[in-house]
Structure formats: structure tokens, C-alpha cells
Design a protein around this ligand. Structure first.
Ligand SMILES: C[S@@+](CC[C@H](N)C(=O)[O-])C[C@H]1O[C@@H](n2cnc3c(N)ncnc32)[C@H](O)[C@@H]1O
Length: 339
């Protein structure tokens, strides 16, 4: 159709913002891959010193480093570049909280979104069912990398979960599928009276001990090793399923909720946390995008609405179910096993 001069063409700006969001991610992850933040962790450097250390061509370096300043990943004082607290914590390879490899793996996977949409298959080669995790993370190093990524995600929800509920009446909490204990560490930081535990696969235990030791709370948190589909969940006043249900198919989610019900004493509470999709499926893009990420990494996982989760808890026997937003795009849904 011929375009008319009278018609206002649609603005390209929303698309431009999406395009440059992609550029921003690539600049940041490439800086992590090249070791910019790891080198600068030893102290500030000029652009030329950094260029020589990283063996880069002179042409792109000034724009690259100043783009990182504009993205708040570096600070510049005079001609000296240094890490920001954010990049130093998460993108400096010398720190246990490093997530550069975790984010780069996701970045590479998302290049295959079209394949995932055509086939419905995750873009990794691990099978369905409980072995999905054990196949993938055969070594302590692989668990370390994965659980650092989990810390980066659950680190954003720990403080709000510690405030979202009156923990003073709770004695014990177990985070089921709690990885290396980062979420219960946030709860303990705010509520030191709690007895806390993590229930996860045996392969996680070494990185759990390592992380709890680094945080100075190894003697205050218990690790329960087992497969949550076959081993009964530990008894506690509160059980948490954070970023767990979205990994699994509907039947497996229902089984986990029901197994949590069985483990809780009357009056005990289950907390389910995931980036839940709004009922109308058009609110914020966050949970819809993480749901597509579940398509990329799991055979049957997906995000879900709070209404769906409420049904699973009701079917299992929970009452008093409430849902509150947690952080930017997570929801905490909780229910009580009746007395
Ligand atoms: C997506 S991670 C979530 C970690 C953490 N809860 C969080 O919010 O960051 C899922 C966790 O479930 C654990 N998991 C997976 N399958 C399991 C099984 N069959 N039994 C026990 N834990 C399992 C994984 O090891 C991992 O720590």
C-alpha cells in the first residue's frame, strides 16, 4: 500500500528501546567474558592499561568502556575506570557470587528460541523427570555455577519474604529445593531465632556447606539430602517451595504441594514463590518471559497464575490461602494446613 504523507508513521522508538536493551546485555556479558570486572577488581585502570591487559584492539575500547559506565557497570574517575558495587559482586569471576557464566549460558540458549517454539523442546539435552537436575549438574563446579545463579535470583526475594510475614511465631523453616541456602540465610539474617534447613539433591550439599561457611552460618542451617519426589519432606512449621513448582509439569507440581501438606503439622504453612503470571496474561512481561525461559530449560516447566496455584493448594487441603507480590515480579502464595 502506498504510504501517504498525511499519515503519521508509527514510531520506531519502542522497537529501538528493545534493540538497545539487547545491545546493553551483550556489552555487559561480553565485558564479563573478557574479564573486565575481574581485572578491575584488583584496582582502577586507565582505558589504555585495561586494553593492554585484555589484549583488545584500540578501536572499540573507549565506547565499550564508556557504555559500561553509562550502564552503571563501571565508574570513571578522571581517566580511571573501576567496578561498581553491582559488577564487582556479580561479574567479578573471583567472587563466589559470580554469575557471568550463568547469564552467558542463558544468553546463548535464547538464540535458539525459534527452535524451542517450533519443537516445544527445551534447548538443552537433559531428559524429563527427576533426573533433569542430576543429569545436568554432575560436578560440584556445575552445581556451584548453577546455585550462584539461583542466589542472584533468590537474593532479590529474601529480604521481602523476611518482611512479608510475621515470623516471630515460627520456630522452624525448611526451604525445599533451597539450593545452597541463600534464601534461608536472608531469613536468618532478619529473624535469628529461626531453626532453618534446606532440602535438596545430595549433589548440592558440598556447595551448600561452602556457601553457608562463607556466610558464617554453617552451624545454624541443616542440609537434608534427598529427592523430593520420593523422600518425605522434613517436618517444619514453614515449608518453602521457591522457584521450584515452575520447573515441573502439572502433576509433579500437585504432587509436591501434596507432599508438603503431608510433611507439615496442623497449623503449619506452605509458601510457594514463583514469578506468577497475572490472571489476564497481559500485565507485566516479566513472568511471561521467564515462562519462555522455562520452555528453554525444562521439558514441561512454565510459569502459572496465582489462581492456578491457589487451586493446587486447595485440592491438597490447605486453607487461608493468600497471595502477595514479592520484589519486582515474584508472588508469594501461602496456605495453612488446618488444625
Ligand atoms: C530452580 S532451582 C530453585 C532454587 C531456590 N529454591 C531458589 O529459589 O533460588 C530448583 C531447585 O530444586 C532442586 N531440585 C530439583 N530436583 C529436585 C529433587 N528431585 N529433589 C530435591 N531437590 C530438587 C534443585 O537442585 C534446585 O536447587
Amino acid at each position: 500500500m502506498p504510504e501517504s504523507l498525511d499519515t503519521q508513521p508509527v514510531s520506531a522508538e519502542p522497537l529501538w528501546r528493545l534493540g538497545t536493551a539487547y545491545f546493553s546485555r551483550k556489552v555487559t556479558l561480553t565485558a564479563a567474558e573478557l574479564g573486565v570486572f575481574t581485572v578491575l577488581a584488583d584496582g582502577p585502570l586507565t582505558a589504555e592499561q585495561l586494553r593492554i591487559r585484555l589484549e583488545l584492539h584500540p578501536r572499540g575500547v573507549p565506547d565499550f568502556l564508556d557504555a559500561l559506565v553509562a550502564l552503571d557497570m563501571l565508574e570513571r574517575d578522571g581517566d580511571q575506570y573501576r567496578n561498581t558495587p553491582l559488577s564487582d559482586h556479580f561479574l567479578n569471576e573471583k567472587r563466589p557470587s559470580y554469575v557471568g557464566a550463568f547469564l552467558s549460558a542463558a544468553d546463548a540458549r535464547w538464540d535458539r528460541l525459534a527452535d524451542a517454539l517450533r519443537t516445544g523442546e527445551p534447548q538443552n539435552r537433559w531428559g524429563a523427570g527427576p533426573q533433569m537436575f542430576t543429569e545436568q549438574y554432575r560436578t560440584t563446579a556445575a552445581w556451584r555455577n548453577f546455585t550462584a545463579g539461583m542466589d542472584y535470583l533468590n537474593g532479590m526475594i529474601g529480604p521481602p519474604v523476611a518482611e512479608a510475614f510475621d515470623w516471630t511465631s515460627v520456630d522452624s523453616v525448611v526451604d525445599v529445593g533451597g539450593a545452597r541456602g541463600n534464601l534461608v540465610a536472608a531469613l536468618l539474617r532478619r529473624h535469628p531465632h529461626l531453626k532453618a534447613g534446606v532440602f535438596d539433591l545430595p549433589g548440592v550439599e558440598p556447595v551448600f556447606i561452602e556457601h553457608m561457611t562463607q556466610l558464617g552460618i554453617a552451624d545454624r542451617v541443616t542440609f537434608h539430602a534427598g529427592d523430593f519426589f520420593t523422600v518425605p519432606m522434613p517436618a517444619a512449621d514453614v515449608l518453602i517451595l521457591s522457584h521450584v513448582l515452575h520447573d515441573w509439569a502439572l502433576q509433579e507440581r500437585q504432587a509436591l504441594v501434596s507432599r508438603a501438606f503431608d510433611a507439615l503439622a496442623p497449623g503449619g504453612r506452605l509458601m510457594v514463590i514463583d514469578p506468577m503470571i497475572d490472571d489476564d496474561r497481559r500485565g507485566t512481561a516479566g513472568a511471561l518471559l521467564t515462562s519462555l525461559n522455562m520452555l528453554m530449560v525444562t521439558p514441561h516447566g512454565a510459569e502459572y497464575t496465582a489462581a492456578e496455584a491457589r487451586d493446587w493448594l486447595t485440592e491438597a487441603g490447605f486453607t487461608g490461602i493468600t497471595a502477595v507480590p514479592i520484589g519486582v515480579h515474584n508472588t508469594l502464595l501461602s496456605g495453612v494446613r488446618p488444625a
